[in-house]
Design a protein around this ligand. Structure first.
Ligand code: GLN
Length: 307
């Protein structure tokens, strides 16, 4: 298959869609990003990459970081983590409070904000504080992407902390049910820092190879997750990776994937490749509008979906 040609076709076809949707502006530091950008990269088992568009442009990975943090946490806590965070789709927006109250402060899954905040709390407890925990997440991200220069943008994290009422509410509610061990402010702050990691589609696509290949990076041969753990992370991406649009995403694209409000989406084609796409304008669910369409075009053109 001529992947480069297919990506170029997609880039051309997607142009009329790039002006549709809205850049996330509830985090002021993200509101100034040029919304009409597009990038897509695929990475094969041997590390070969094919890219189109602004693939060197760094962007805020936001909720894609939930996959990284959960991968670390699942490796540490195994099944005990599921007592604090579930594995069911929520059918609600990513920052919704409604289920948390009547489900006793146990978030539905680790990919909605409440779940990711619990994961951030668990990692802080395990690694002995916010600095050590953030360092582990950063090092993990650098290792899986084979890029030691990856950083987080402290301005984006600070900007989000200044507009954090909703996430603080989620965290306080969980604290009231005894599902948060550390200080609410510190956990939310660390969660924002992890969300503020900046990467481009080349880094992100490379980073996801471990999930495309059963937990083991096929280039470095490092095992980041066991095979059953990788199965679980991929299953959660398929069922919960796009919040209340996860069903729609599976219906149209048919791949385990995770989005972020920075406009990025990562997806894996098991045993074949990992994909990263980026376009900052979001649909009403907070997922990249053009990014979602580009992935749909990719699986339709190549036949590479899990179904
Ligand atoms: N940092 C963002 C938030 O907590 C992440 C949300 C997202 O990417 N869906 O609201």
């Amino acid at each position: 298959m001529n992947y480069q040609l297919i990506l170029e076709e997609i880039e051309k076809e997607i142009q009329p869609e790039l002006s549709k949707g809205k850049v996330a502006d509830y985090i002021p530091a993200l509101a100034s990003v040029d919304g009409n950008q597009f990038a897509m990269t695929i990475t094969l088992k041997d590390g070969t990459q094919y890219s189109v568009g602004n693939y060197l442009e760094q962007f805020s990975i936001q909720s894609i970081s939930k996959v990284l943090a959960f991968s670390l946490a699942i490796d540490i806590y195994s099944k005990t983590l599921y007592k604090r965070v579930g594995v069911e789709p929520s059918g609600s927006p990513f920052n919704s409070l409604v289920q948390l109250e009547y489900e006793n402060g146990i978030p539905r899954n680790p990919f909605i904000n409440a779940g990711a905040i619990v994961v951030a709390d668990a990692l802080m407890s395990h690694f002995g504080g916010e600095y050590a925990s953030l360092e582990k997440i950063m090092n993990f991200t650098r290792e899986i992407s084979a890029n030691k220069d990856i950083k987080f943008d402290s301005l984006v994290a600070k900007s989000e902390m200044e507009h954090a009422s909703r996430n603080l509410s989620l965290a306080y509610l969980m604290k009231s049910f005894g599902n948060l061990d550390n200080s609410v402010e510190l956990v939310v702050k660390n969660y924002f820092k992890q969300c503020a990691i900046t990467m481009n589609t080349q880094d992100l696509s490379r980073a996801m190879l471990y999930l495309a290949f059963k937990g083991k990076d096929p280039i470095s041969n490092k095992e980041f997750l066991s095979e059953p753990q990788a199965k679980r992370v991929n299953a959660l991406m398929l069922t919960c990776g796009h919040y209340d649009a996860s069903g729609e995403f599976a219906f149209h694209v048919g791949l385990p994937a995770k989005s972020g409000v920075g406009g990025g989406i990562i997806a894996v084609v098991p045993n074949i490749m990992s994909i990263a796409v980026w376009s900052p304008r979001l649909n009403k669910y907070g997922n990249s509008h053009a990014g979602t369409l580009a992935l749909e075009k990719f699986t339709t053109k190549t036949g590479l979906s899990i179904f």
